[in-house]
Write a protein that binds this ligand. Structure first.
Ligand code: IPE
Ligand code: IPE
Ligand code: MG
Length: 244
């Protein structure tokens, strides 16, 4: 989309979550191995991430790999890990550009269990993009919403065990503060392509009042126009948060 003619919106979500789904089916439809779908999906991720930043979305969370995705064939998992490596290398190569654009990268998920070299690159990418920022780009890798809540609850229980906190004093805010998204606003809009109508363990706590938008488009085919369509739908949502 032409950068000089970006669409404008009456309301824009502050935080958008995207479940990048449908890579495998995209490849299958073309008689290609599944990893080819992930290669294309990774391109879509770059394109939509950049576009969302240009539109002024402040927080973006991309679901890239779930705690459940380890159950896939090892060669598929290895291919996805290689794509992470490529992306992380690219972040290093483009650090000046990203700094100029004010992009700060942050990873959500359990770092243990991810190959060590990727963990190191993740830490490095977060450090090199830590300066002034307009856009927080969260990438959820080895992420599971239940696992995230469990870890937060365990940390709080530990405080109780040490006598630093009383169980009845635990607040919702404290739980939020123990999640990977601590200090970030909850997602306003969650987008799921590929014709599936579920969250698949994505931002379970944080999505309590998120608007959901589904599309049949497979992620590798997802365009900037599809993203605009989701934002247009969001513009017309009436968020009541339980009120009237
Ligand atoms: C999403 O695409 C990518 C990951 C979960 C890593 P899929 O690989 O789940 O694609 P489908 O759902 O099989 O089409
Ligand atoms: C959700 O997609 C996870 C990611 C996009 C990373 P899945 O393909 O793993 O979800 P299910 O299995 O269809 O629920
Ligand atoms: Mg899938």
């Amino acid at each position: 989309m032409d950068k000089a003619n970006l669409p404008t919106f009456s309301v824009l979500p502050r935080h958008v979550g995207i479940i990048m789904d449908g890579n495998g089916r995209w490849a299958k439809k073309r008689g290609l191995p599944r990893y080819k779908g992930h290669v294309e999906g990774a391109k879509t991720f770059r394109k939509i991430g950049e576009f969302a930043g240009d539109l002024g979305i402040q927080y973006l969370t991309f679901y890239a790999f779930s705690t459940e995705n380890w159950s896939r064939p090892p060669e598929e998992v290895a291919a996805i890990m290689d794509l992470f490596r490529d992306y992380l290398r690219e972040l290093d190569e483009r650090k000046a550009e990203n700094e100029e654009k004010g992009i700060k990268v942050h990873f959500l998920g359990d770092r243990h269990g991810i190959p060590k070299d990727i963990q190191r690159m993740m830490g490095y990418s977060e450090r090199i993009t830590r300066k002034k920022h307009h856009v927080i780009l969260n990438i959820a890798i080895n992420y599971g919403g239940r696992q995230e809540i469990l870890h937060g609850v365990q940390a709080l229980a530990h405080e109780v065990e040490k006598g630093k906190l009383r169980a009845k004093d635990i607040t919702e805010q404290m739980i939020s503060d123990h999640l990977y998204t601590a200090s970030m606003p909850d997602p306003d809009l969650i987008i799921r392509p590929s014709g599936e109508y579920r969250l698949s363990n994505f931002l379970l706590w944080q999505s309590a009042y998120a608007e959901l938008w589904f599309s049949d488009v497979l992620w590798p085919d997802f365009t900037e126009e599809d993203f605009v369509e989701a934002l247009r739908a969001y513009e017309h949502r009436n968020r009541r948060f339980g009120g009237v």
